[in-house]
Design a protein around this ligand. Structure first.
Ligand code: SF4
Ligand code: SF4
Length: 266
């Protein structure tokens, strides 16, 4: 199978999906990255993310490739969340819920596509794949997205892609071999690229995100408050204030500043 046919299939599935009248969220063009299941960086995730972080082979022993997709929200969703100071905007909460459904359905669709071509595959959960006690993830889409060349981490701990960081990620592993996407070598976060920026830190009014550390328990307390605030919705333990209204929300701000956006597929 070709990388381009998988990318087209993902885009086509999303287009049809968002045409359903019951779906309120709109998404921009998905970004898709591919990583070798034997990439040595996967082993590093046990140090960086959690000792329990799975290897691709834990999900499917015969897999050769991890496929990761970033699904960017339409700008209006990010803008609505940036406007609200305390709680997430309704459209941000709905986008979280609807995108989780999309990721689940898309994962099943792509899995079936690979399997109809003779390659066993395994899709992963969109969210809540972490320990309730330590809040550490057993399969971090963001980190797998990094390995698959989708972007670089920001000071806010989100993965900044060429379409910014506002969106959600999904992934699956497959026996099919698809050549890995090269990883960007330059930083995408202004702070890490040596420019002055810490807007994301200023946006967190909940004592969770600092210049030099992240308190995941303080963050989680806020997510649970927000879930209770939207008690009439499905689980919506979201916040996103440190991802909205930023230079990196919808674009790679370093590429834009330095003028290398058009020169690279990143
Ligand atoms: S707001 Fe600035 S410092 Fe924070 S992640 Fe984005 S570019 Fe980096
Ligand atoms: S998600 Fe909310 S609480 Fe958590 S770090 Fe970001 S702004 Fe702070």
């Amino acid at each position: 199978m070709e990388r381009t046919s998988i990318i087209k299939e993902i885009a086509c599935f999303m287009k049809n999906y968002s045409e359903q009248t019951s779906i309120k969220t709109r998404w921009k063009k998905p970004l898709v990255g591919f990583a070798s299941a034997n990439d040595p960086l996967f082993l590093k995730l046990k140090e960086i993310v959690s000792p329990n972080h799975a290897l691709p082979q834990d999900l499917l022993p015969t897999c050769k490739t991890a496929v990761v997709y970033f699904i960017p929200f339409e700008d209006i969703i990010e803008e609505s969340n940036a406007k609200e100071e305390l709680f997430p905007s309704l459209s941000w909460a709905v986008a979280y819920i609807e995108t989780n459904h999309l990721i689940k359905d898309l994962g099943i669709h792509i899995k079936n596509l690979f399997e109809s071509a003779g390659y066993q595959s395994m899709s992963t959960q969109a969210t809540h794949n972490y320990s309730q006690e330590t809040l550490l993830s057993d399969w971090s889409h963001r980190h797998v997205g990094y390995i698959a060349g989708l972007g670089r981490f920001g000071l806010n701990r989100w993965l900044i892609t060429k379409s910014g960081c506002c969106g959600r990620m999904g992934s699956l592993v497959t026996e099919a071999f698809l050549s890995p996407t090269p990883r960007p070598t330059k930083e995408f976060c202004l702070h890490f690229a040596g420019y002055e920026c810490s807007v994301c830190v200023d946006k967190c009014n909940f004592g969770a995100l600092f210049l030099d550390r992240f308190d995941r328990h303080a963050c989680n307390r806020q997510l649970l408050k927000n879930d209770a605030y939207f008690s009439d919705l499905e689980t919506s333990d979201v916040c996103g204030k440190c991802g909205c209204g930023l230079p990196c929300s919808t674009t790679n701000p370093v590429a834009r500043k330095e003028g290398w956006m058009a020169l690279s597929h990143f």
